[in-house]
Structures are given as structure tokens and as C-alpha cells.
Design a protein around this ligand. Structure first.
Ligand SMILES: Cc1cc2nc3c(=O)[nH]c(=O)nc-3n(C[C@H](O)[C@H](O)[C@H](O)COP(=O)(O)OP(=O)(O)OC[C@H]3O[C@@H](n4cnc5c(N)ncnc54)[C@H](O)[C@@H]3O)c2cc1C
Ligand code: FES
Length: 271
């Protein structure tokens, strides 16, 4: 990760591309001095100049090149809708890169990525960043969405060696969720025993760990939670994890976002 640390930036939107009925790819000019970031880190964006919504909104970095910073934004409420409606040239306040623990590199092992919805953002950043660094030549992606129109298949055409898709309605790929797809591939001997990297809804990650975690050498997950400060001060985004036989509350924004999925105490984690 960058030694330069986080900062407050003004980033100009270069282009916004709708990818599905609810998701847009937002590519910003990389602000001068914006530090390098690692997969699993995020930025906290002030979605509008208006007083509501007041809080910044956290978004995983989906890619960071010498000149651009990309986010994948799903419109779910006022802040995200404002971001998806933004026009090229608009400038946004953002704090970042945030997050103290990124995805660890897989070394010689195959990297298996499982993404639910916009959980694709950090795993796509990992695949791209590691490929640029010559790491993890072998990559497999499992990507799930409700329907074919929500799948974001065009985004992942080139970044992964092998791609498997799942849709709940069966309109593309495996019929079912991405956890069922993973179980199916494991049971048919089609899943490499590599390092698993996941990001998606809490229930997805828990089911993935509980049903297929044992197949993999390790399982790291980038967690999401509703966040306020984004820097570990308010303790509003904690998750209980196992540490030395005890349960310890960790802040997802600063002690994560990435945790070993097997360390998370799912039963104790309140919605
Ligand atoms: C570390 C991190 C990375 C994220 N990365 C992405 C990403 O790459 N792409 C993306 O589209 N979204 C991402 N999110 C979720 C995103 O921050 C929320 O969707 C956004 O803040 C919603 O703001 P809003 O004003 O549109 O919605 P609100 O009007 O505030 O809420 C609308 C609905 O969304 C739910 N919601 C609000 N914030 C969150 C949240 N943080 N997590 C889960 N549900 C929430 C609310 O409970 C409510 O049901 C990430 C969240 C975190 C914590
Ligand atoms: S959002 Fe404040 S501690 Fe994480």
C-alpha cells in the first residue's frame, strides 16, 4: 500500500457509462498526488454539494491507473443516484485511499474470485492490478447477478483467465446464486484449490465460507457496512472476529476492508 497515505481530493468525472439498468462505470481523472492504492481499498465520495445526503458514500476502487480512477456505482438511494446521474466535467470531493488491509496477493496459487453484484469492483481491481504486476497468471472469476441484464459481463471480458456466470432467473449461465455455482463447480471437480477472494452481500460471503471455504487454501473477503467516518473513529462499522480465542470488534473501514472469512463470527454480527 502507499506510504503516502490518504488525503482529501477533488476528482473530475471523465466519463460515466451505464452498464446495466442500475449500475454505471464512473471514470474520474486521477487527482494529482493521489497515492497508489491496493485492491480492497476504497474512496469516500461526497455525492452532491447539497446538504442531503450529508455523509460521504464509500466506494471500492475498481481501477487506478496513472491517469484515471474508476468506480462501479449501483443506484440504490439518493447519493448513488446522484453519482450515476453526474455529467463529465463535474468535480467530486473524495477522501482516500481508505482501508487498512487490502487483498493479499496469491503468490504461486491460482486466484479464485467470487463477486456478487457490485462486489465485482474490488475483485476486478485485484485481477487487473496483479496482472499488471505479473502476479497471479491463473485467475478464475465467478460472477453472479439477478438477471442477465445486471451481469456486467462486458466489464470482465479480458481481466480473468476463466469466467463462470450465475443468474437467479437462469437468463445467463448457471441458474441460481453464485454460491450454488461455486458448490456445483467444487462438487464436479471443476474448481481449482487456490486462494479465494470474495466480495458481495453478507449472506453470500457467509454461505460461501460455510459451504465451500474448506476447499480453498484461504478465503479473504472485502466486507461492506454502512459507514460514517470511514477512518476508524466512530466505530460504526464494526465486525466481530476471532482473535486469539476471543471475540474482538474490528472496524471494517480501517482494520479491513479485507478479513479472513474464517475469522468472522457471523452469528454475533448484528445487521
Ligand atoms: C467499503 C465499501 C465499499 C463499497 N463499494 C461499493 C461499490 O463498489 N459499488 C457500489 O455500488 N456500492 C458500494 N458500496 C455500497 C455503497 O456505499 C452504498 O450503496 C451507498 O453508500 C448508498 O448510498 P445512497 O445515498 O445511494 O443510499 P441510502 O439512501 O443511504 O441508502 C439506500 C439503501 O442502501 C443501503 N445502504 C446504504 N449504505 C450502504 C452500505 N455502505 N452498504 C450496504 N448497504 C448500504 C441502505 O441501508 C438503504 O437500504 C460500498 C460500501 C462500502 C462500505
Ligand atoms: S465508519 Fe467510522 S469506524 Fe468505520
Amino acid at each position: 500500500m502507499s506510504a503516502a497515505g490518504k488525503g482529501l481530493w477533488k476528482a473530475a468525472l471523465r466519463r460515466s457509462t451505464p452498464l446495466s439498468p442500475s449500475c454505471s462505470l464512473l471514470v474520474f481523472e486521477r487527482p494529482a498526488g493521489f497515492p497508489d492504492a491496493a485492491p480492497g481499498q476504497f474512496v469516500s465520495v461526497r455525492a452532491t454539494e447539497a446538504t442531503a445526503p450529508l455523509l460521504r458514500r464509500p466506494y471500492s476502487i475498481m481501477d487506478l491507473t496513472g491517469s484515471s480512477l474508476s468506480l462501479l456505482v449501483k443506484a440504490v438511494g439518493r447519493g448513488s443516484a446522484a453519482l450515476c446521474a453526474a455529467r463529465p466535467g463535474e468535480r467530486f470531493d473524495m477522501i482516500g485511499p481508505l482501508g487498512g488491509v487490502p487483498f493479499p496477493e496469491p503468490g504461486e496459487a491460482e486466484a479464485v474470485f467470487v463477486a456478487g453484484g457490485t462486489g465485482l469492483a474490488p475483485v476486478l481491481f485485484a485481477a487487473r492490478a496483479w496482472r499488471r504486476r505479473g502476479v497471479a497468471a491463473r485467475t478464475t472469476l465467478l460472477c453472479g447477478a439477478a438477471t442477465k441484464r445486471e451481469l456486467l459481463g462486458d466489464l470482465v471480458k479480458t481481466a480473468f483467465g476463466t469466467r463462470w456466470f450465475a443468474t437467479l432467473d437462469g437468463s445467463a449461465g448457471f441458474r441460481g446464486d453464485v454460491v450454488a455455482l461455486c458448490r456445483d463447480l467444487v462438487s464436479r471437480g471443476r474448481m481449482p484449490k487456490g486462494v479465494l477472494y470474495s466480495c458481495g452481500p453478507r449472506g453470500m460471503v457467509r454461505a460461501l465460507e460455510e459451504t465451500t471455504g474448506g476447499h480453498f487454501a484461504a478465503h479473504y473477503t472485502s466486507l461492506e457496512a454502512i459507514m460514517a467516518c470511514g477512518v476508524g473513529a466512530c466505530r460504526g462499522c464494526t465486525v466481530p472476529v476471532r482473535s486469539g480465542g476471543a471475540s474482538v470488534l474490528k472496524a471494517i473501514c480501517s482494520d479491513g476492508t479485507v478479513f479472513p472469512a474464517g475469522d468472522i463470527l457471523w452469528e454475533e454480527w448484528e445487521e
